[in-house]
Design a binder for this molecule. Structure first.
Ligand code: 5GP
Length: 112
């Protein structure tokens, strides 16, 4: 069964798209945890970072560079955070790899 992110990539359900190229899509998170909260999602279905293969290294690097590019474009000059949740204890709720890009407020540490 397709994940919610595959349905967004395939335009079967709507999302606020921030960026898209042949490798990934970036959308606004529907439940923003910060004034700016985007997801960067590879078009290839990699279920989670724990399932990524050595051959996915270019995709993984691309996701980070796009996250950085969006952070700069969105003027997150004061700082931002990139998060990957993995597995039940990591807080993963959608089994399709995605980076969270959060900014626009002072983020606390450690996370909950
Ligand atoms: P996770 O908890 O797996 O790290 O992150 C999944 C994220 O996807 C959550 O922050 C959640 O708010 C977001 N999300 C879930 N369903 C949708 C949706 O249909 N549209 C958008 N834009 N975000 C979603």
């Amino acid at each position: 069964m397709a994940t919610i992110f595959e349905k967004i990539i395939n335009r079967e359900i709507p999302a606020e798209i921030i960026y898209e190229d042949e490798v990934c899509i970036s959308i606004k998170d529907i439940q923003a945890q910060a004034p700016f909260h985007a997801l960067i999602i590879p078009k290839k279905l990699i279920s989670r970072i724990a399932e990524a293969k050595d051959t996915d290294s270019q995709i993984l690097g691309h996701l980070l560079l796009i996250a950085k590019k969006i952070a700069i474009e969105k003027n997150l000059d004061e700082g931002f955070r990139i998060v990957i949740n993995n597995g039940p204890n990591g807080g993963e709720s959608v089994p399709h790899l995605h980076l969270h890009l959060l900014g626009g407020r002072k983020l606390t540490w450690p996370p909950g």
